[in-house]
Design a protein around this ligand. Structure first.
Ligand code: IMP
Length: 197
């Protein structure tokens, strides 16, 4: 089975992606690959942060790898928290504090339109032909709920209701979330590409 290092420490992301890929590829998160590092996300775009993470791991391993960076973009907050989604309420990267800040900043705002956007950066190739960098993007449009709903998932899942659904991501099983999710859309393109290789 082909293996691919996934430059993340977020087990939720690993589980979601592995459930989409099935048995075709083995996804190896950083810890399992033997790296106990937290790669910084210092840039102003999801693409640059995704590239930073993939490039860091590629330099160390010289192996095929990918990373992803995701942000939740709220229209009435001019796209915030966006690329700063993980640290919206501070360096603690606290899911609850981040949700509280979004709900507080939105207040009674009627426009609750929002979207999740995932950018995947893949470094793929071999030592003979060389390695190239590829990007894949997935967007899930939806809206911000007036209060938290559900306990599954992670991050902003309890306040995000995808278009076409009447409940939040946190009220869905992983398979149900995968039907709508930004990550699923980006990952589907990634693995279509890899299967074509
Ligand atoms: P990052 O891609 O790890 O930088 O993720 C940024 C932040 O966005 C995370 O800390 C989560 O709070 C949030 N996030 C990323 N993906 C999801 C998702 O699928 N659902 C809910 N929140 C997410």
């Amino acid at each position: 089975m082909p293996t691919l290092i996934f430059a993340t420490n977020n087990q939720h992301k690993v589980d979601e992606i592995q459930s989409l890929v099935g048995a075709d590829f083995k996804i190896i998160p950083l810890k399992e690959a033997g790296f106990d590092i937290d790669i910084p996300e210092p840039h102003d775009t999801l693409q640059e942060n995704a590239a930073e993470k993939a490039n860091t791991i590629f330099k160390i391993t010289q192996q095929n790898c990918f990373s992803e960076d995701t942000g939740m973009e709220v229209e009435a907050l001019q796209g915030a928290p966006g690329v700063k989604s993980a640290r919206y309420a501070g360096e603690g990267r606290d899911f609850q504090a981040n949700i509280d800040k979004v709900l507080q900043n939105l207040g009674a705002q009627i426009n609750r339109t929002a979207q999740f956007r995932t950018v995947i950066c893949l470094i793929w190739g071999d030592a003979v032909e060389g390695y190239k960098t590829y990007y894949f993007e997935g967007i899930c449009k939806g809206r911000i709920a007036s209060e938290m709903q559900g306990e599954k998932g992670f991050g902003y899942d309890p306040i995000f209701i995808p278009d076409g659904a009447d409940k939040s991501f946190a009220q869905m099983s992983m398979d149900e979330k995968n039907k709508y999710s930004h990550r699923q859309k980006a990952v589907t393109q990634l693995f279509e590409f890899l299967r074509s290789k």
